[in-house]
Design a protein around this ligand. Structure first.
Ligand SMILES: Cc1cc2nc3c(=O)[nH]c(=O)nc-3n(C[C@H](O)[C@H](O)[C@H](O)COP(=O)(O)OP(=O)(O)OC[C@H]3O[C@@H](n4cnc5c(N)ncnc54)[C@H](O)[C@@H]3O)c2cc1C
Length: 305
């Protein structure tokens, strides 16, 4: 077996990756995290986490900064490079980035997901000119405007509530007749006089001149209507960040990485945790629990060799 530079490389500095890296370093292992963009992942721009991690009231940015700081103090190396490939060679995991190859005895894939796009005409054209996926960042720009939120899960409900603090009216367009998000979010949405739910409908097109001015809504009976709006925010689920993984790492029909109960993938020496994993239950508390479980298993395995 070739010599590896690290015991463990964790791909992704979201909450799951940062938690795993901290736990692995605390177990005495030499650990690096590799992040392709900004540390923090999906919650970086969420001002009020609900649920907060382990019951805490903290913003996503505060949480991520605290975790980065703690990891640095625990000796975790943080590398800012997007991972482009992972492969096993001579018993060692090789993690390739734009700048070179890093080696480890074990890899934890914690690369999460990215918000799905609607894929409708006007969406790309009006990106940054009314089309957004960050309610906390862009909400203040929609003071007294009409906005549309698309989706019916936790994120759509949570972000519709954020936007209702600024907008005159939020139309929440959902393709089903019930929400899939948590009941407490659904109750708040239904009780909010500024939010009107458009059930059994989809957004077909976004249009305007310089900025977004309206969206075409298609109802289940085939009829359409033009809803005037200044903003369109889509929260219709996540696409897993898995493009860099070798085909031997089994995925489910949605591309999420399959694992066994110890969170090991189909390839020895590669584990997967958090939003990239098939079966992930979706909150930060689940991310933290998975990260600790994987770290415990990996630490026990590596220290017995
Ligand atoms: C709008 C919104 C609001 C939410 N609010 C809450 C909340 O209030 N409470 C709650 O419990 N949950 C909330 N969630 C869910 C929560 O964000 C996720 O469950 C959790 O953040 C998943 O963490 P993760 O570390 O698994 O993945 P991610 O947060 O997606 O982190 C993955 C990291 O990997 C990096 N990465 C990806 N590909 C590569 C690559 N090739 N190379 C290097 N790095 C890479 C990404 O840049 C990212 O930093 C919310 C989700 C959304 C979308």
């Amino acid at each position: 077996m070739a010599q590896a530079a690290y015991d463990v490389i964790v791909i992704g500095e979201g909450v799951s990756g940062l938690t795993a890296a901290g736990a692995l370093a605390a177990a005495g292992l030499k650990v690096a995290t590799i992040e392709g963009t900004l540390f923090g992942g999906l919650v970086l721009n969420v001002n009020e986490l609900e649920p907060g991690p382990e019951g805490r009231e903290v913003s996503g940015a505060e949480l991520a900064s605290e975790m980065m700081q703690a990891n640095a103090e625990a000796g975790v190396t943080s590398i800012q490079e997007p991972v482009t490939a992972v492969r096993t060679a001579d018993g060692v995991q090789e993690v390739t980035t734009d700048s070179g190859t890093h080696t480890a005895r074990h890899v934890v894939v914690a690369s999460g997901g990215r918000l799905r796009r609607l894929g409708v005409p006007g969406e790309t054209e009006f990106e940054g000119r009314g089309v957004s996926q960050c309610a906390d960042c862009d909400g203040p720009m929609y003071q007294d405007e009409n906005v549309i939120v698309v989706g019916g899960g936790d994120s759509a409900l949570q972000e519709a509530l954020v936007l209702a603090d600024y907008a005159r009216k939020v139309h929440l367009v959902h393709r089903r007749d019930t929400f899939t998000g948590a009941a407490h979010f659904a109750d708040q949405v239904k009780a909010n006089a500024k939010i009107a739910v458009v059930w059994n409908a989809t957004v077909e097109a976004i249009s305007g001149s310089k900025m977004v001015e309206k969206a075409r809504i298609k109802h289940a009976d085939g009829s359409t209507e033009e809803l005037p709006c200044a903003g369109v925010f889509a929260y219709i689920g996540l696409e897993p960040n898995v493009e860099f993984l070798p085909p031997e790492v089994d995925r489910d029909a949605e591309g999420l990485v399959k694992t066994d109960p110890t969170l090991q993938t189909s390839v020895a020496g590669i584990s997967a945790i958090g939003a990239v994993r098939s079966g992930y239950e979706g909150t930060l508390n689940h991310a933290i629990a998975e990260a600790r479980l994987a770290a415990g298993t990996i630490a026990a395995k590596l220290s017995s060799r």
